[in-house]
Design a protein around this ligand. Structure first.
Ligand code: PEP
Length: 251
């Protein structure tokens, strides 16, 4: 199976010209990869310009959030169908930065439902805020995953990418150690299997996110045994992202 690297650009870069340049450069690197699919999640406003650039098929486009409403009086919101019509294939749901602003598991599950209902893939972010000796964080994480997947029809399990992102490792100095990532990826897959089925869990794509860079990416995939990465800061830093993609592709 090909590895999957998703870049979450967050609220970057500052201008459309820079955004187009990052996308162009990313496609240039992707053209030389054999074993890795790459997705860029720019801010909403840059999506149409990036999706219509040359060689658009080299880079899938994702979005960073979506409304769970279909349309109507929801000022400032963007619907799943609107994103799909712009060529978006993946949408992030439940990112910790959105959970901090008020997204509950129930809201996240509604977003996931809206995304998969129109045929796109949901990149469901889950992860503990902090760890404790007694392992309470594992129970909380299990509840978070189950709550975020509530009411998702079983035939949509294939449209869900699980991104395990320990919140304390996002925007931090160091990623989680790769051997711990391996344990947590297994745990996340097991909970997915409880919600859907063992077969769907085996087929599911599990990513790790949190301070991934060109130095640690290959080890996280090979030792951490994940199917790919959700990359924040390094995805808009082209020298680093170029090296990261090459390292991942060469595993
Ligand atoms: C993220 O925001 O999902 C993320 C993983 O960020 P960073 O790579 O910058 O830690």
């Amino acid at each position: 199976m090909k590895k999957l690297v998703i870049g979450n650009w967050k609220m970057n870069p500052a201008t459309l010209e820079e955004a187009k340049e990052i996308a162009r450069k990313t496609r240039h690197v992707v053209a030389g990869l054999a074993h890795t699919d790459v997705v860029a999640c720019p801010p909403f406003v840059y999506i149409p310009a990036i999706a219509s650039q040359r060689d658009s098929d080299l880079l899938e486009i994702g979005a960073q959030s979506v409304s769970f409403e279909e349309g109507g009086p929801h000022t400032g919101e963007v619907s799943a169908a609107m994103l799909r019509d712009m060529g978006v294939k993946y949408v992030i749901a439940g990112h910790s930065e959105e959970r901090t602003k008020g997204d509950t598991d129930e809201i996240v599950s509604k977003r996931v439902n809206a995304i998969v209902s129109v045929g796109m893939s949901a990149v469901l972010c889950v992860g503990e805020n902090e760890r404790d000796e007694g392992g309470v964080y594992l129970e909380k994480l299990k509840q978070q995953i189950k709550g975020s997947l509530a009411n998702i029809p079983a035939n949509k399990a294939k449209n869900i990418v699980l991104a395990y992102e320990p919140v304390w490792a996002i925007g931090a100095k160091e990623a989680m150690p790769a051997d711990q990532i391996r344990e947590m990826a297994l745990f996340v897959r097991k909970v997915f299997s409880d919600v859907f089925s063992a077969d769907q869990a085996l087929k599911a794509t599990v990513l790790y996110g949190g301070s991934v860079n060109f130095r640690n990416a290959a080890e996280i995939i090979s030792v951490g045994q994940v199917d790919g990465l959700l990359v924040g800061r390094e995805s808009v830093n082209m020298p680093g992202f170029t090296e990261l993609l090459k390292a991942v592709d060469s595993i």
